[in-house]
Design a protein around this ligand. Structure first.
Ligand code: X8Z
Ligand code: ZN
Length: 676
C-alpha cells in the first residue's frame, strides 16, 4: 500500500533527500520553466515548475528504497522503505500546503491542472500529524511485506511443509481435486487473518489524511481522479456494468453447468446457485482461464496451447543448461533449473517487446534486461505480485515478476510492458503530468495489445500451429478470451465497492468479512463453501488491499481496452469482424497509440479518449461487439437451464446452507433461464 507502489503505476513518485527548504530548484527542471529561488515572490507557474523539479530530483531515492523492500523483504529494507515513504509524504503535504496560497490567483491552465493533480498524488493520503504519518508508513510497509512473505504451513515441527501464494495458485490452476483445491484456497486465506488489525488502523489513518486534504474520506479522494465530480463515478461504473452484465450472467450460467458436470450438482454449486470460490481456477475468481480443461466448448478445435509451448521452450533451455560441463549434484540441477527459467522468462519478455517494437515503439533500454526481476529468487522473500516501475523518469524502467511459464503470465508480461511503454512515452512531460490520462488508461495499454494476440499472431510468432478456420475454433478462441476478460468484470467492480464502504464507514470493522462476501455474491455470484465469519479477513488475501492499490482502474481498463482495440484496428485498416483483428506490425496503429501515450495526464482524459477513439465517453459496446458470437452461442447452451443466482442465500457464516427461495439480489440476475 505504499503510495509509491500506487504512484509508480501512476508514474509519479518521489523521495525527499534534503529538506525542501534547503533545495535550490534546478532551472532546467522537467517543466522547462525556470523556477525562482525566492519562494515568497514566486507565482503559481513558477511554484509548479519548482515542484516538478523537486519531485524529479527526489524520485530515484524513493523508488530505490521501494524496489529493495519489494525484491528483498526483511526488517532493514522495510525500515528504509517506510522512512523514504514518510519523507516523500511529508514533502507532498508541504507542497499541497504551499499551493494553497495560489487559490484564486491567475495561472496558466497547465498550472491549474498540475495543482489539482498534486492533491491526488497519494493513494495513501498522509495525515498532517507527523507521528501518525510515521505510523501509517510503517503499517503500509508491514502489510505489503506480510503479504509478500505469506506462507501456509501444514504438518508438525518434524514434517513441516510451507507453501507460498504461487504454489497454492498452482493447485487451483491445475488440480481438479475438490479437497486439494479447498485446502489451497483456505490455506492462502488463513495467511491474511493477521492483517485485519493493521488494516483497520490503516483505514482510520488514511481517512484522517484525506480529511486533512479536504476530502470526506480516502474513498472520495480515490474517486476524485477522473476529471468528473467524485459523486458521479459510482453511477458511471454502474452504467458500464449494466452494459456487460448480461454477458457475464451467460458465462456464469455456462460455468456452473460445467462445474456440476465435473463435481456433481451438489458440489459444483453452493447455496443460491452461486459458484464455489475454490473451484474457479483462481484464488479470487477474477480470471477463469485456468478452467479451460473444463470449459473448452469444442475440445481440440483450433488448439491454442500456449502454456504447453512455453513449457517446451523451458525444457529446451533446461537441456542446454544441463549439457554444460560439471557435476550433476542436486544443487547444480536446481541452479540449472533456475537458469533455464530465467532464460525462458527473458525470452517471453523479448516476445512481448517485439509486439511493441513492431508498432514502431523503441526497444527497451539495456538496463531493463539487467535490472528487472524476471523470476522468483530462491534465497529470499519478494513481493511476487507483478508490477512495472519507473525508477527515475529518465529511462530506468523495470518490471518485477515471479514469472511462471504459462499463458497467464505470458499475457501479464504484455500487460506490464504496457505500463513501461506509457512511462517511456510520457517521460518528456513535466513530472506531475507523468501519469495515465486516468488510472484505467494505464491498466488498459498492455491489455489492448493482449487483445491483438489473435491465433494468427500467436502462429506468426511460432507459439501455436496454423489456426483452424471454423465456427468451433472461433467459439473456442472467444471462450479463451472471455474466461480472462468477462469473468473479471464484476470482480473489478466489487473490490472498491468494498473499500469505498470501508472508508466511508458504512462497512464497519466487525462486518469486514460479511460485507466482502455479500459483495462477492452480489456482483460475481461466487460464494465460499465453508463459513467465513469475522475471525477471517478475506479481503486481506488479495494483494491490492494490503498493497492499497485502488482497483476501479482495472474495471475501467476492461472496458477501455476494447475501445482502444477497436480504434487501433480501424487505424490499421482492418475490415471484418472485430475479434479477427490484430494490429501487430501496423505503423499507423502504432502512431495513434504512441500519440495517446505521450499525452500522459496533461489534459482531461475525455479529450485524450476522443483523440484516440472519436468518443469522449467510456462505453462497453465494443466489448459486446467483440463477444457477439460467443454471447449467441452461450444463450443457446444455457437454454432451459436455471441461470442467475440468489446473492443473499449464502450468509458468510453459513455458506453451505441449502438454497432458499429468496428473491434474487444479484444485479437483476433472474432465477429463470436466461436463454432467448
Ligand atoms: O495487478 C494487476 C497487474 C499489475 S497492475 C498484474 N492486475 C490486476 C490483478 O492482478 O488483480 C492485472 C489485472 C487485474
Ligand atoms: Zn497493471
Amino acid at each position: 500500500m505504499k503510495p509509491v507502489r500506487a504512484l509508480l503505476v501512476l508514474g509519479i513518485a518521489a523521495a525527499l533527500g534534503l529538506s525542501a527548504c534547503d533545495r535550490q530548484p534546478s532551472p532546467d527542471a522537467a517543466s522547462g520553466t525556470a523556477a525562482t529561488p525566492d519562494r515568497g515572490n514566486e507565482n503559481a507557474d513558477q511554484f509548479i515548475a519548482r515542484v516538478n523539479a523537486e519531485l524529479k530530483a527526489m524520485y530515484p531515492e524513493l523508488t530505490a528504497a521501494q524496489w529493495l523492500s519489494s525484491t528483498y523483504i526483511n526488517d532493514d529494507s522495510q525500515l528504509l522503505a517506510a522512512k523514504a515513504n514518510e519523507r516523500f509524504l511529508t514533502q507532498l503535504n508541504s507542497w499541497i500546503e504551499q499551493a494553497r496560497r495560489f487559490e484564486g490567483q491567475p495561472m496558466s491552465p497547465e498550472t491549474a491542472r498540475a495543482i489539482q493533480l498534486l492533491k491526488l498524488q497519494a493513494a495513501m493520503p498522509p495525515p498532517r500529524d507527523p507521528a501518525k504519518l510515521t505510523e501509517l508508513t510503517q503499517i503500509a510497509t508491514r502489510m505489503e511485506g506480510a503479504y509478500g512473505a505469506g506462507k501456509y504451513c501444514t504438518g508438525d515441527a518434524d514434517a513441516k511443509a510451507c507453501r507460498q501464494l504461487g504454489e497454492l495458485e498452482e493447485v487451483l490452476a491445475t488440480s481438479r481435486d475438490y479437497d486439494a483445491q479447498l485446502d489451497a484456497w483456505q490455506g492462502w486465506h488463513s495467511t491474511a487473518v493477521g492483517q485485519r488489525k493493521d488494516y483497520t488502523r490503516f483505514v482510520s489513518l488514511v481517512n484522517e489524511g484525506a480529511r486533512d486534504l479536504g476530502y470526506a474520506d480516502a474513498g472520495e479522494l480515490w474517486r476524485s481522479g477522473y476529471d468528473m465530480p467524485a459523486a458521479e463515478l459510482a453511477a458511471e461504473t454502474d452504467r458500464l456494468w449494466g452494459q456487460v452484465k448480461p454477458l457475464y450472467e451467460q458465462l456464469h450460467c455456462y460455468a456452473g453447468t460445467k462445474l456440476d458436470a465435473k463435481y456433481g450438482a451438489q458440489r459444483g454449486h453452493v447455496a443460491g446457485h452461486m459458484l464455489p470460490a475454490h473451484l474457479m481456477g483462481n484464488m479470487w475468481q477474477q480470471d477463469w482461464s485456468n478452467l479451460w480443461d473444463l470449459m473448452a466448448p469444442y475440445p481440440g478445435a483450433g488448439s491454442l496451447d500456449i502454456s504447453g509451448a512455453l513449457k517446451a521452450q523451458y525444457q529446451r533451455n533446461l537441456d542446454a543448461e544441463m549439457a554444460k560441463p560439471g557435476a550433476r549434484t542436486p544443487a547444480a540441477v536446481a541452479q540449472a533449473e533456475q537458469d533455464a527459467a530465467l532464460v525462458t522468462a527473458k525470452q517471453m519478455n523479448e516476445r512481448a517487446q517485439d509486439f511493441y517494437v513492431s508498432l514502431g515503439m523503441p526497444k527497451l533500454p539495456a538496463s531493463y534486461w539487467d535490472k528487472a526481476q524476471f523470476i522468483k529468487p530462491r534465497d529470499r522473500d519478494v513481493v511476487c505480485h507483478a508490477s512495472a516501475w519507473d525508477m527515475n523518469m529518465a529511462g530506468d524502467v523495470r518490471t518485477k515478476m515471479c514469472t511462471k511459464l504459462n499463458e497467464e503470465d505470458f499475457t501479464t508480461i504484455y500487460h506490464e510492458l504496457g505500463h513501461v511503454y506509457y512511462y517511456l512515452a510520457y517521460n518528456k512531460l513535466p513530472p506531475l503530468f507523468q501519469t495515465g490520462a486516468h488510472d484505467g488508461f494505464h491498466e488498459a495499454i498492455g491489455d489492448t495489445i493482449v487483445l491483438g494476440m489473435t491465433p494468427a499472431y500467436l502462429n506468426r510468432i511460432g507459439l501455436v500451429d496454423t489456426p483452424q478456420v471454423s465456427n468451433e475454433a472461433l467459439i473456442n478462441a472467444q471462450m479463451r478470451m472471455a474466461l480472462a476478460k468477462v469473468s473479471f468484470l464484476p470482480f473489478g467492480l466489487m473490490i472498491d465497492r468494498w473499500r469505498w464502504g470501508v472508508f466511508d464507514g458504512s462497512i464497519k470493522p466487525d462486518q469486514y468479512n460479511k460485507a466482502w462476501w455479500d459483495l462477492k455474491a452480489k456482483y460475481q455470484g461466487v460464494a465460499p463453501v465453508s463459513a467465513r465469519g469475522e475471525e477471517f479477513f478475506d479481503a486481506g488475501a488479495k494483494y491490492h488491499v494490503p498493497g492499497n492499490t485502488p482497483y476501479t482502474r482495472y474495471f475501467l481498463s476492461h472496458v477501455l481496452q476494447f475501445q482502444f482495440y477497436k480504434s487501433l484496428c480501424e487505424a490499421s485498416g482492418h475490415k471484418g469482424p472485430l475479434y479477427e483483428c490484430s494490429f501487430y506490425a501496423n505503423p499507423e496503429a502504432g502512431r495513434r497509440y504512441w500519440a495517446m501515450l505521450s499525452k500522459g495526464a496533461s489534459q482531461p482524459w475525455q479529450k485524450t479518449l476522443k483523440d484516440m477513439t472519436g468518443s469522449e465517453k467510456m462505453d462497453a459496446s465494443a466489448v459486446l461487439e467483440y463477444f457477439a458470437p460467443l454471447q449467441e452461442w452461450l444463450k443457446k447452451q444455457n437454454e432451459g437451464k436455471t441461470c442467475g443466482w440468489q446473492a443473499n442465500a449464502a450468509a458468510s457464516t453459513n455458506a453451505t446452507a441449502p438454497a432458499t427461495p429468496a428473491a434474487p439480489t444479484a444485479p437483476a440476475a433472474p432465477a429463470k433461464p436466461t436463454a432467448g
